[in-house]
Design a protein around this ligand. Structure first.
Ligand code: SF4
Length: 380
């Protein structure tokens, strides 16, 4: 039976009366980790131009965002109407530079309250924002979001979350919701706080599960949230070769691995999104290194999934990305790809079948061998 701390012979004389009269035991001690998270964190984005539309300014969450901006010493302008100022520049480069420095706080339009499925990732997609401050040279958003790559964060978050409730299928054990189709929600979390509110909301929904993914690493504000196991936090990982060359503005691999470990320690379900997989020279060696580092990061039981996504591009995304990143080392050679048609008649370029099979075989074998506890959700 442990004795009250006040009776400890070497301490009691110095303790004030009434202090620590409850027994303490080792079980009360905070967990101690010997894991040293290293790496280069992503720099917190400080947009140079921030605009609130008039409607967004009226929203409670809009005001919360304004408070955060005040606290971070980020200035903003409140528009008289719901239109943003002209955000383009005179050249593609100028437009890109300006847009990537611009945050617009707007209300999600009514169309976004009709959720759409997002197979194979989740049952439904919903959006906290559209746009992202990072500079990935293969960015999935190029060609999917029209206009200048401004980040638009939604102020009517409370309605967005309430609307999700209508999509929880009462006939299923779990309905899944993906929140990062058009943004990296952690990359703007210090400015919006939207991800934390969303995680807490899902924590109260026993039949729904949130999924989101990031290349950033500042997970500290998420660690103490009442997530109740209803959120799977996924970290986008890639070989150093890709991360260093092609993922500007994001956290480096070690910092992302450290973030993943901290999320797992906080009781979250976690996921590794290995994307975009590329068969560059010596790819097997580099990806083996990535998987080894992931294994030594997760050296305790975790609820872990993998998603495996190969690099692909469309004619439209290629054109935009080459405009934005004219010196990219990304391989956009259509001759070395297969054309894949979709049901709407447009097409994208993927790796040829043999290369796809080689990539799939390599990753599924390695994961089965080194991560027997994990589930591979899909390879595409
Ligand atoms: S983190 Fe994702 S959304 Fe942001 S620039 Fe990179 S690929 Fe695009």
């Amino acid at each position: 039976m442990p004795r009250p701390l006040s009776e400890a012979p070497h301490l009691s004389a110095r303790l004030p009366a009434g202090h620590a009269d409850q027994p303490i035991s080792q079980a009360d001690a905070p967990p101690v980790t010997t894991f040293q998270s290293q790496g280069r964190s992503a720099r917190a984005w400080k947009p140079k131009h921030v605009y609130f539309t008039a409607a967004a300014w009226e929203e409670e969450h809009g005001r919360r965002i304004a408070e955060r901006l005040d606290g971070l010493d980020v200035s903003y302008e409140v528009m008289k109407a719901n239109r943003l100022p002209k955000l383009g520049g005179s050249t593609t480069r100028e437009t890109y530079r300006k847009a990537k420095n611009t945050l617009a706080i707007v209300n999600a339009p009514p169309s976004q309250f009709r959720l759409t499925p997002i197979p194979p990732s989740a049952d439904w997609q919903f959006h906290l924002a559209k746009g992202c401050p990072a500079h990935c040279q293969y960015c999935y958003l190029a060609g999917s979001l029209p206009g200048a790559p401004v980040t638009r964060a939604y102020a009517n978050l409370d309605q967005i979350l309430e609307n999700n409730a209508a999509y929880i299928d009462p006939n299923k054990d779990l309905t899944t919701f993906e929140a990062s189709c058009y943004t990296d929600p952690l990359g703007i979390e210090h400015l919006t706080g939207s991800l934390a509110r969303t995680i807490s909301w899902f924590g109260d929904q026993p039949a729904a599960r949130l999924r989101w993914v990031t290349k950033y690493d500042d997970v500290t504000p998420l660690l103490d949230l009442p997530h109740n196991g209803q959120t799977r936090c996924r970290i986008s990982l890639n070989a150093d070769w890709v991360t260093r060359r092609l993922e500007g503005g994001t956290a480096d691999l070690d910092a992302r691995l450290g973030a993943m470990r901290r999320l797992a320690e906080a009781g979250y379900r976690i996921g590794a999104v290995l994307a975009p997989l590329m068969p560059f020279e010596n790819w097997q060696e580099d990806y083996a290194d990535l998987l080894d580092r992931l294994r030594s990061t997760l050296d305790f039981p975790v609820d872990l999934t993998f998603e495996l996504i190969t690099h692909r591009f469309t004619p439209g995304s290629k054109e935009i990305l080459l405009d934005w990143y004219p010196n990219t080392s990304l391989d956009f050679d259509e001759e070395r790809r297969s054309k894949k048609l979709n049901k709407f008649g447009s097409h994208k370029f993927v790796y040829p079948r043999e290369q796809m099979q080689e990539l799939k075989g390599y990753f599924t074998d390695r994961i089965a061998r080194d991560f027997p506890e994990a589930e591979v959700l899909y390879f595409t």
